[in-house]
Structures are given as structure tokens and as C-alpha cells.
Ligand binder design. Structure first.
Ligand SMILES: Nc1ncnc2[nH]cnc12
Length: 580
């Protein structure tokens, strides 16, 4: 059943109209504002009246009634609509709430989010109760619905059942089918995917691709199937190709692909000087990447790269709202919109000095204002991990001919193992480590060797993974047992052990996948983990993404999945899981 909900009730709308008629007072008025008007692409002057969470009037007039109305003089400031992140993965150690709270400090007050973790870990009812709880926060959280789990797992048909998919897609907070990593199956004739793309269209929702390196022909075919946008352009010519085929393009700047400066330079070389069908995304970067901001940082880069201020701000606001058909609520400072407004000292500095989210201050004159309510995680089914089983020395057997070789943080190739894996400890003279993925319910395991991860990591155990199963990487079986024990004790997390001691841990008490700590604290924990791993021979960019993508089959070439070691190109399980 499609939920029928209205953002504003009839009596609220009547009140909004009465305010314009001078019969009632607004709750806030921003006077003498210079603000960006995307309909005429100009900076204009006006007074902005707000009633609770809605902009009710923008123009030359001042309200007649000002009883208990907060009046703010914005004479020397510049106002823009709240920034929008069109493609967030709100679970990269942070959780949707901590990410949203932090993003709001930098003026990003609307996020369109991946449902992957909620979808894989929670029953639909719990996930939806969480979505409703997030709606009560001052930021706006929309979602996208996956059509595949980007890994190989048992019970996929059950999870992606007709009832589940219909429920998700018809949910009002879901704006699109997102990150279509399973498109090769679609090309091969999978009508399940096509059906749900068609349904999305029928419901007026979008379909977002995941098309890295796609040829013109593939892009055309995906357009015919119904794809609307893609965020995988890695060069200016990729952007050009997509625009030429009528795609909306999210320009990405993320922890594993910090591409924006290059993309903008190369777009210019390709003759692109028009940005109406472009938007910005940070694509679920890991916490520390957000140290200096979020979408505001992307606007800053665009300005530095010579993009006009109107285009740079529009890519962060109006273009996103238009693309998702939510421009009646977002993306401009005009009547009827949700009062997400950023107050800037100057158009050249996109990090706001003050932020209104749904008409509430979340930042005022540079100081954070506490406006978010506490989330009751247990109620939504995101309790600490409680494993009823133990890891045994017997599980740590790695007599496997085929290993996985890391080319970078996320690309992994197969290789033949030639080292002796029967000993309890591998030598630090090489970069091969024991690797195991073990079922969070303790039923199965997959053991192999990971080459290229590090030379000196004795034991890294993580309940953070694509599927929520447990990853073990390291040289020492004794330390792996200890790290596992500690991870279990703290209810899930990432634990690093060495010489019989825990040297670092990141507790992830929300289902073993997400931290409950505020972003700033989490960034410190993540940075420390990165430093310790680098000191021990990890040479790539992002260890958190290494963990996440070890089992993600949207990337080449081999993956360790709940079905076994998987050859992505040939779509075959090379070595199946072992039952325990
Ligand atoms: N496909 C993906 N799944 C989860 N997180 C991501 N971050 C970037 N791409 C992602």
C-alpha cells in the first residue's frame, strides 16, 4: 500500500496563507537578504518570512504582525538554499543520524541515501520505522532502493521479494532505484531488474546507474532500459559521453575518487560550459574525508576551478531538486519550500556561518545549535552484535590454491598462492596475509590469502563489511583469535591486535556496522586505524573501503562472498564456502 502522507496539514497551509494576508505572524523573518534565485539565475534582494519549517513569503514586504517573531537582519550576508547530497551511503562507520547532524553544520541539509545496510540487516517494518524517525530530524533524509545486494549471497530472492521491493519503492521517502550495480544481469536478460525499473518510472521516481567505464553503446542501452543519471564519470570525456546521451551526471569527489578538480578541467577541455544537468556528490566518503565539510567543499572547488558562483551553487541545490522532482520543496528560496537556508558571509565562501534546517537553527553565527533528537537504536533493531558462537583454531585453515591480490584499495585480482599457509604465523618478509570471511551466524566460512594488504598487520577483525559478516585479515592466528574475541566482546567493531594485545579498536555497536559516536570523534578513531595500518605496510588510500568492497561483486575481478570466492567476470563461484 502506498502511504498517503502530506507534509503539511490543511490547517497548517491555511495558517501559512493567513500569514501572507497579515492575519498572523510568521515565526522567523530574514530581512534585507541577498539570495540566489535559480529561476532567473540572479542574486536578488528581499525579505524571507518563515512559518515553522516552511518559507511562506519572499519579496519586498515586511510582515505586519511580528508577535513573537524572530527577526534577523541579513544585510551584509548572502543566502542560498540548503545544499543537497544526491548520493549518500550513510553507513561508512558513521550512521545516518551522525552523518546528517554533521553535514548540517556545513549547510548540507538534504541527503538522498542508500538503503543497502538497512535493507540487508533489518526487516522492512523496522527499517521503515527508522525512516520515519529520521523524518523527525531537522534535515531531510530521502532514500534510494537497491535492486541487488552487490554481492553473492544465499536467500537473495527472499530478500528481494516482490513484497519487499514494492514496499520500498512505494515508500514516500524513496526517490529512486539507486546505484544499479547489477546492470550486466539486466543486459543479459534479467527481467526482474527491468520490472522494478519500469515500476520506478511509473511511480515518477528516478533510476540511477552505476556505469564506470561504460561504452557509448552500453550507456545508450541503459538509457533505453530507463536509467536517468550516473555518478561514475572518471574523466571529462566520461561526463561528456553521459551528457550527450541525456544523462544527469553527478560529479564525484570522494575518499576513493577525489576527482572534482580534474573533472571540471577536463569538462572545459571537452567544451562543456553548461552545468544544468550536473550535480555534486561525495559518494559515501569515509569519515575523515569530511573534516573540512561536505557539499560546501565541492562548491569551493568548483569556484576555484572558475565555475560561476550561480552554477556552483545550483549544482549543489537547484539542479538536484529539479532532477529528483522535489523542486516544490527544495533547492530554492521561494514560497512553499522547506526552510533549509544557508547564511554565508560571502558568495565566495560556501561554508555557512548560520544554517536553518526545517526553519530551526542548527548553526548560528558559527556555533552549532543542538536541534537533533536522540535516536533509540534498539527500537529500530540496531543493537550491538551478539554472537552466540566462537571462533576456533580449527577455523583458521588456509590450505587454498587461489588467493586474492590487491591492485589498489578496491581492485582485487586472483593469483596462485605459493607460500606455506600451514604455520600459525606468516612471515613479515612478504605482503601476504591470512584472509577469512565468516558468517555472522557462525554457519560458514571462506578462507584464503590476501596479497598486497600489508606486511606487518598481525590481526585485523571487522564486523563492518558489505553483508555484515565478519572479516579477518592478518599474519598471526593467535592474534586473529584475540581480535575476534575482542570484537565479539564490544558488540561489533573493527579491532587491531598485535603480540597478544589490542592496539586499536573502533566500536560499532549499531548492528556491528555503524558507530554511535559523533563524526569528529569517529574521524580520530578512523585516522588512527589508517595510521597504524600504514605503519604496518598498508599502502593504499582507504582501508575502510577495502573492507567494505572485499565482497562487493560490482568491482573486478575476484571477491570473497557469502557463497565463496567469486569470479566477477565469469560470474562463477571458484571455491564455495565451507560449512562449520
Ligand atoms: N557501491 C557502493 N556501496 C556502498 N558504499 C559505496 N560507496 C561508494 N560506492 C559504494
Amino acid at each position: 500500500m502506498m502511504e498517503k502522507r502530506y507534509r503539511w496539514k490543511s490547517e497548517q497551509i491555511r495558517r501559512h496563507v493567513a500569514i501572507v494576508d497579515g492575519k498572523q505572524a510568521p515565526t522567523k523573518v530574514l530581512l534585507n537578504a541577498t539570495y540566489l534565485h535559480p529561476y532567473i539565475r540572479q542574486w536578488v534582494k528581499g525579505n524571507i518570512w518563515i512559518c515553522d519549517d516552511r518559507i511562506v513569503y519572499v519579496g519586498p514586504n515586511k510582515p505586519k504582525q511580528l508577535d513573537s517573531c524572530e527577526v534577523v537582519d541579513c544585510s551584509n550576508q548572502v543566502l542560498v538554499a540548503g545544499y543537497m547530497e544526491p548520493h549518500a551511503h550513510p553507513f561508512q562507520l558513521y550512521n545516518p543520524q551522525t552523518l546528517a547532524e554533521y553535514a548540517a553544520q556545513f549547510g548540507t541539509t538534504t541527503l538522498i541515501n542508500d538503503n543497502l545496510f538497512l535493507f540487508l540487516q533489518l526487516i522492512k517494518k523496522k527499517a521503515f520505522s527508522f525512516l520515519v524517525a529520521m523524518e523527525k530530524q531537522p534535515v531531510t533524509m530521502y532514500w534510494w532502493c537497491r535492486l541487488d545486494p552487490q554481492t553473492e549471497m544465499d536467500g537473495e530472492e527472499h530478500l528481494f521479494s516482490y513484497k519487499n521491493m514494492k514496499g520500498w519503492l512505494e515508500n514516500d521517502a524513496v526517490l529512486q532505484v539507486g546505484e544499479l550495480t547489477g546492470w550486466p544481469k539486466l543486459l543479459e536478460g534479467d527481467d526482474f531488474i527491468l520490472h522494478w525499473m519500469q515500476e520506478a518510472k511509473k511511480l515518477g521516481k528516478k533510476v540511477e546507474g552505476h556505469f564506470p567505464g561504460a561504452s557509448d553503446r552500453t550507456l545508450t542501452k541503459m538509457k533505453l532500459f530507463g536509467a536517468d543519471a550516473d555518478h561514475e564519470a572518471m574523466t571529462g570525456s566520461d561526463v561528456y559521453k553521459r551528457l550527450m546521451q541525456g544523462y544527469t551526471v553527478s560529479l564525484r569527489h570522494s575518499s576513493i575518487r577525489p576527482d572534482l578538480p580534474t573533472l571540471l578541467k577536463e569538462m572545459r577541455q571537452c567544451g562543456i560550459h553548461h552545468y544544468d544537468h550536473c550535480m555534486f556528490t561525495t559518494d559515501g566518503s569515509t569519515p575523515a574525508f569530511y573534516e573540512n565539510g561536505m557539499i560546501d567543499e565541492m562548491i569551493r572547488i568548483a569556484l576555484q576551478e572558475g565555475v560561476s558562483d550561480i552554477d556552483a551553487y545550483s549544482m549543489a541545490t537547484w539542479n538536484v531538486a529539479r532532477y529528483y522532482n522535489i523542486d516544490h520543496l527544495h533547492g530554492s528560496i521561494t514560497p512553499g519550500r522547506i526552510a533549509h537556508i544557508n547564511i554565508l558571509e560571502h558568495a565566495s565562501n560556501p561554508t555557512p556561518i548560520s544554517v536553518l534546517a526545517s526553519g530551526q537553527w542548527v548553526k548560528r553565527d558559527g556555533v552549532p545549535v543542538h536541534a537533533f533528537s536522540t535516536m533509540e537504536w534498539d527500537v529500530h533493531g540496531l543493537a550491538p552484535l551478539s554472537l552466540s558462537w566462537d571462533l576456533q583454531m580449527d577455523d583458521l585453515q588456509f590450505s587454498m590454491p587461489l588467493g586474492m591480490y590487491m591492485e589498489n584499495s578496491v581492485i582485487i585480482k586472483p593469483y596462485s598462492i605459493s607460500i606455506d599457509t600451514s604455520s600459525d604465523e606468516l612471515s613479515v618478509d612478504h605482503d601476504e596475509s591470512f584472509l577469512m570471511l565468516i558468517d555472522r551466524n557462525g554457519k560458514w566460512r571462506v578462507n584464503t590469502v590476501l596479497k598486497g594488504f600489508a606486511t606487518h598487520v598481525q590481526a585485523l577483525v571487522s564486523s563492518y563489511s558489505n553483508t555484515g559478516d565478519i572479516i579477518l585479515i592478518g599474519k598471526s592466528k593467535r592474534d586473529l583469535l584475540l581480535a575476534f574475541k575482542r570484537m565479539k566482546q564490544i558488540g561489533g567493531g573493527i579491532v587491531l591486535c598485535e603480540q597478544g594485545e589490542v592496539i586499536h579498536e573502533i566500536p560499532l555497536p549499531l548492528g556491528g556496522l555503524m558507530s554511535a559516536k559523533p563524526m569528529r570523534e569517529l574521524m580520530e578513531e578512523e585516522k588512527k586505524l589508517g595510521e597504524l595500518l600504514r605503519e604496518r605496510g598498508y599502502t593504499f588510500v582507504d582501508p575502510i573501503y577495502t573492507l567494505l568492497f572485499l565482497s562487493s561483486t560490482h568491482l573486478p575481478y575476484v571477491r570473497i562472498t557469502p557463497k565463496g570466492i567469486y569470479d566477477v567476470m565469469h560470474k562463477t563461484v571458484l571455491f564455495p564456502t565451507i560449512m562449520r
